[in-house]
Write a protein that binds this ligand. Structure first.
Ligand code: ZN
Length: 339
């Protein structure tokens, strides 16, 4: 009964203050988040098991089973008597409007390895702010400007626990808002595994496929996902063999085929520095593809991420890339003359 006295906006404000990584589901008028009472055991930071059902005026947790009225919940979480809460709720004007309303699909937990933290999610990184390993990963992505890059994916993860991908950065490959593939990148010098590892038993898809938009009528194809963060309509195929003629997997090919009217431009690492990038560019040119050939003035940078870190920028524009893009014989001559 007393609950009726508390305005909804007051409850919502308290929910946003105390629940972990709260989110509002507009379609059902339900708020969800991490339960501050039980901390949801090992799933804290990943699952949302605490619910505030507005129409029932009830809050409950599917993990610890706590269930009661919002008034009781606030009282228990804050350690303040219900009387004091009622007094506070009545005396303050509450115009709280949640800012981070999201109506997004749940991440399918199976689409990522082990226990992962989304480094782009402020609530999750704040929760792990005392965890040195997570902090180290977070600093790594900040130093490399991956959290501000213009064409970054919707999430970027740190894997805390997995047989294969443990303590590495997980780069998700989205298609239709779902993570359909991932690669992990080495983070620690003590990690003896290869720099990049792919999800097992799954055919590779195109990285940043979901980010393709009519913003430009070009698609810029990179080898490594990270470089494609910095160019609008930049995608990546996750490595090519310098000997192979099949640059795409069949699945990647079918994805690329969905954009027949876009001009594709290949952007590999600096051909001045990387001999295999030069070889691959030559093969692509001979096959008739358009390729970016690194201009002399960028001789000192190894890839696009390197340019952006040193130049403190989050984007390399398409006019710049296109002004250094060549095709056919002209490209072959240019490549041989300049590198
Ligand atoms: Zn709970």
């Amino acid at each position: 009964m007393l609950d009726k006295v508390i305005p909804d906006s007051y409850i919502i404000e308290k929910f946003y203050e105390h629940a972990g990584y709260p989110r509002y589901k507009k379609t059902t008028n339900v708020y969800e988040g991490g339960c501050p009472l039980c901390r949801e055991g090992n799933s804290w930071g990943r699952k949302r098991r605490l619910y505030y059902i507005v129409k029932d005026s009830s809050i409950f947790c599917h993990n610890c089973g706590w269930s009661s009225s919002p008034l009781k919940w606030i009282s228990e979480v804050e350690g303040i008597s219900q009387f004091d809460i009622l007094r506070e709720a009545k005396n303050i004007e509450h115009e709280f409007v949640p800012t981070d309303v999201e109506i997004e699909k749940e991440v399918n937990e199976d689409s990522l390895p082990g226990d992962c933290v989304n480094l782009f999610d402020k609530a999750q990184t704040a929760f792990y702010s005392n965890n040195k390993k997570v902090l180290n990963a977070y600093n790594y992505i900040r130093e490399r400007r991956l959290d501000t890059a213009i064409n970054r994916p919707r999430s970027l993860w740190y894997c805390m626990d997995d047989r294969i991908h443990k303590e590495r950065i997980i780069i998700p490959f989205y298609e239709d808002n779902e993570i359909v593939f991932y690669q992990s990148r080495k983070l620690l010098s003590g990690d003896k595994k290869p720099k990049y590892l792919s999800k097992l038993n799954t055919e590779k898809s195109v990285f940043n496929f979901d980010n393709i938009s009519p913003v430009s009528n070009n698609i810029f194809i990179f080898e490594g996902p990270i470089d494609s963060f910095f160019v609008r309509n930049g995608v990546a195929i996750g490595g090519i063999q310098s000997t192979s003629k099949n640059t795409f997997t069949p699945y990647q090919q079918s994805q690329i085929n969905r954009y027949p009217f876009y001009d594709k431009v290949w952007v590999l690492d600096n051909q001045f520095i990387d001999e295999s990038a030069k070889e691959k560019t030559l093969i692509l040119l001979k096959e008739g593809h358009s390729c970016f050939i690194w201009p002399k003035e960028l001789k000192m940078f190894k890839d696009f991420n390197d340019i952006c870190i040193k130049g403190r920028r989050d984007e390399i524009t398409s006019p710049f890339i296109l002004s250094n893009t060549y095709k056919g014989v002209e490209g072959i001559i240019k490549l041989n003359l300049s590198t």
